[in-house]
Design a protein around this ligand. Structure first.
Ligand code: ADE
Ligand code: ZN
Length: 324
């Protein structure tokens, strides 16, 4: 089964580029940029990755991003991820970036996006991997900061397909960003949002109705409402599920308890994704294998995850024509 999974063409729809920062590259960039980090070795960094919930992860994750300073750093980060995509036969990827994590440290928006998009263009030419870019607002920051970030993104509209919403879900519901998402949609961006990862099923409904999303990121807590599950199945609203992330952040006790296979069998458009692979112990193939090891799955079902991801992707979306 491992060989079948490795060879299966894959599409990744839920990947934070800052979450691909491997400890070795973190050390290299810290040295290059003369930034001190509170770890003695890459191994010590890995040992510190013991999380008990989303917030305990985010605290370490935002600290890690401090080593990213120059356009070359953002290029190197993205290129390393794309080489991993090639190994895992990921043929298309839709990547989140969090500009506020960087602009709040004085790094220019242009530096971030130029480095990432240079790597994406090179991947199309040299690796035959296609991609889209999704700009996320940090939901623990306020609406005004999100509006300012949207403003900064407008000159790069042709390089950003959608806006998203990430960071601490608890205490920061979708309604906080209803107006900025409306402005983003009016500017021609598609929308997605993290919802129902740690937060309640109501956040999924609010992301759909208040934020107008085309996909729900995570969404695994939909099972708390049978009516919602039925609605998601009927509408084929995609859920970008991240199995290893959910175990590391204690959303489920172990992979055998994970509901992704139940959701697949109920007819939802569920997909498998890696979220923050450098922090959660695995890229795309690892996530597929972890699910297949814990649940009896046929090859047809494994392939269905890829078919769902193609259906859910923003590849050649007609909306793109309006983004210039
Ligand atoms: N940012 C990076 N990974 C995240 C996750 N799993 N949930 C919310 N925000 C994130
Ligand atoms: Zn995520």
């Amino acid at each position: 089964m491992k060989n079948f999974i490795k060879g299966l063409p894959k599409v990744e729809l839920h990947l934070h580029i800052e979450g691909t920062l491997e400890p070795e590259l973190m050390f290299e960039l810290a040295k290059r940029n003369k930034i001190s980090i509170p770890f003695s070795s890459p191994q010590a960094v890995r040992e510190a990755y013991q999380f008990h919930n989303l917030q305990s992860f985010l605290d370490i994750y935002y600290q890690g991003a401090n080593v990213l300073i120059t356009e070359q750093d953002f290029f190197d980060l993205t290129w390393a991820y794309l080489l991993r995509c090639k190994q895992d036969n990921v043929v298309h990827t839709e990547i989140f970036f969090d500009p506020q994590t960087h602009t709040d440290r004085g790094i220019a928006f242009k530096t971030v996006i130029d480095g990432i998009t240079r790597a994406l263009r090179q991947a199309k030419e040299q690796l035959d991997i296609s991609s889209q870019l999704i700009m996320c607002f940090l939901r623990h920051l306020d609406e005004e900061a999100a509006f300012a970030t949207l403003q900064q993104a407008l000159p790069y509209k042709d390089q950003i397909i959608a806006v998203g919403l990430d960071s601490s879900e608890q205490g920061h519901p979708p309604e906080k960003f209803a107006r900025v998402f409306e402005a983003a949609r009016n500017a021609g961006f598609l929308t997605v949002a993290h919802a129902g990862e740690e937060g309640p099923a109501q956040n999924i409904l609010d992301a759909i109705y208040l934020l107008g999303v085309s996909r729900i990121d995570h969404g695994v807590r939909c099972v708390e409402s049978t009516e919602l599950v039925q609605q998601l199945a009927e509408s084929r609203m995609p859920l970008t599920v991240c199995p290893l992330s959910n175990i590391k952040l204690k959303v489920f006790e172990d992979m055998a308890q994970h509901n992704i296979v139940d959701l697949l069998e109920t007819g939802l458009c569920v997909t498998i994704n890696s979220d923050d692979p450098a922090y959660f112990g695995g890229y795309m193939t690892d996530n597929f294998v972890a699910v297949a090891d814990a649940h009896p799955l046929t090859r047809q079902q494994l392939a269905q995850f890829s078919l769902n991801a193609i259906e859910a992707s923003f590849i050649e979306h007609p909306q793109k024509a309006t983004l210039s």
